[in-house]
Design a protein. Structure first.
Length: 498
């Protein structure tokens, strides 16, 4: 301690009050961390970056629980527009983007320096003497056991071992990992959307086939009814047609249900799950009403998509390479491994002792003193070793996660490629000529039956063969397109077209 004496106690009192006021004026900036959510107007260093899920024009946004008006119901939807809506409105993707903002905030916190502290103490007040002789608060009383003491101390922790930069490095890797997690969730949601979209298109095409069969069969029933009435045909044939119509009605109902449910799943994926039900637009089928088919066909146009295919040659070796290079989940696992290694470096840095330094001022009676302090922690070795052991375990976990992600990617590629090869071979069984032949046979048998040259069973058999051929062709095209969608999801990028 350095002893400083002064004969004029009043001057020291004024100096003490001024110093205390000045130090307290700076306490808010010295002892408090910056508010990263409400920074000062001129402080741009602590501001969070804009959230990627925020919409610029907030007047166009709507509450999550507020249903859409009927006029806002989606009337026409293509796959590209559905993917765009999913990217912007899918709730799983939005929730993942919140994690990015959280990681960015954690990076800002990691970059904060240790807070300084300010200590003010007033001691050795003799009661009730201090009230009887107030001047003794700032003067020396030789008869007192101890004089009143004023003290101010300022302390700051000095980090060593480059801990701050190591924390920032680890937080940055975690932020990058959260961004790749968003991409992985987006990959999964888009893949699910494409599969659901294809399922809806398949149900629509099968529904159109069923409607066409019903329309054709309905005309045959009218002709047969007139023939039965005139005695040219047996009444049992009319009953057989009635039974066959039940089968067609059943096919129509099943395809309609699958189509409506697929549309609802699409709405959910694109963030329009609270919209007016598509059932309001798909009229309930009344089989006794001859005008239901045009209305139903018009309602099916809500989806702009087909099962048209484009032959593609793919190499499984190239697909494996693309998966390793592009899968977001593999990138996330790799970043997690790098973050774990950065955490190990931070644990090693704990062996470097952080020193707390401080300065102090004391006023006792008529005396003023200043001094300095330094605090050095002891016994850090055991804590540092435990931190290093934990960090090494985290590295092992991250390495296992990376191997698991790579193995899962290879498994997805193999499974999707197997489906692609099988569906491609199955699709080769169908040709334009075979479809045309099935349609011609049905038409010939129908005309022959109406003219009385063939029996009803021949006509029903031809109708069944045609219906089965077309639905199998639709299913084969769906399986092929579905395998391409699964391959695209497995490799994490667009497929190379050859």
């Amino acid at each position: 301690m350095v002893n400083v004496s002064n004969s004029k106690a009043l001057y020291f009192r004024i100096f003490l009050i001024a110093a205390t006021a000045g130090i307290f004026a700076t306490t808010a900036t010295v002892g408090q961390a910056p508010d990263i959510r409400n920074p000062a107007p001129n402080d741009t260093s602590a501001r969070l970056p804009p959230r990627p899920y925020e919409v610029a024009d907030k007047t166009k946004s709507r509450a999550v629980n507020q249903p859409k008006a009927k006029s806002d119901t989606i009337k026409h939807l293509s796959l590209d527009s559905a993917v765009d809506l999913l990217t912007r409105n899918n709730l799983s993707v939005i929730a993942a983007r919140f994690n990015v903002n959280m990681a960015e905030a954690q990076k800002l916190v990691a970059g904060l320096r240790p807070q300084a502290s300010l200590t003010v103490n007033l001691t050795n007040f003799t009661i009730p003497r201090v009230f009887q002789h107030p001047y003794e608060i700032y003067t020396t009383n030789g008869n007192a056991a101890a004089n009143v003491t004023y003290g101010i101390e300022y302390d700051r922790l000095l980090e060593r071992g480059d801990k701050r930069n190591l924390r920032i490095s680890q937080a940055e890797l975690n932020r990058q990992a959260s961004e790749t997690q968003v991409l992985d969730i987006l990959r999964q949601q888009i893949s699910q959307l494409k599969q659901t979209f294809l399922s809806a298109v398949l149900a629509r095409e099968n529904l159109r086939v069923a409607l066409d069969n019903y329309r054709s069969f309905n005309g045959s029933q009218i002709i047969l009814a007139s023939q039965v009435a005139e005695g040219y045909a047996a009444g049992v044939d009319l009953k057989r047609i009635e039974l066959q119509k039940l089968s067609f009605q059943h096919d129509i109902s099943n395809s309609e249900q699958t189509f409506q449910q697929s549309i609802r799943d699409i709405y959910n994926l694109i963030g329009a799950g609270d919209s007016v039900s598509v059932i309001d637009d798909l009229k309930t089928i009344n089989y006794d009403n001859a005008t239901f088919m045009p209305q139903m066909t018009e309602s099916l146009d809500i989806l702009d998509g087909t099962l048209n295919i484009q032959p593609t040659l793919l190499s499984v070796a190239e697909l494996r390479r693309l998966a390793i290079e592009n899968r977001p989940d593999i990138k996330t696992a790799g970043l997690n491994l790098e973050a774990a290694r950065a955490g190990f470096k931070l644990a090693v840095a704990q062996n470097s002792r952080d020193i707390t330094v401080g300065v102090q001022y004391l006023h006792q009676g008529n005396e003023n003193t200043v001094g300095a302090t330094a605090t050095i922690p002891l016994g850090l070795k055991q804590r540092a070793e435990l931190a290093e052991a934990q960090a090494q375990v985290n590295i092992k976990i991250a390495e296992t996660g990376l191997r698991q992600a790579e193995t899962q990617a290879m498994t997805d590629v193999e499974k999707a490629f197997t489906a692609y090869m099988i569906s491609r071979e199955r699709l080769r069984l169908f040709t334009d000529q075979s479809l045309t032949t099935a349609q011609d046979v049905r038409r010939i048998e129908e005309i022959s039956y109406r003219d009385g040259a063939k029996g009803l069973l021949d006509y029903l058999d031809a109708q069944h063969i045609y219906n089965q051929t077309v639905t199998d062709y639709n299913q084969s095209r769906y399986d092929y397109l579905l395998s391409l969608t699964q391959l695209e999801s497995a490799v994490g990028t667009k497929l190379p077209v050859k």
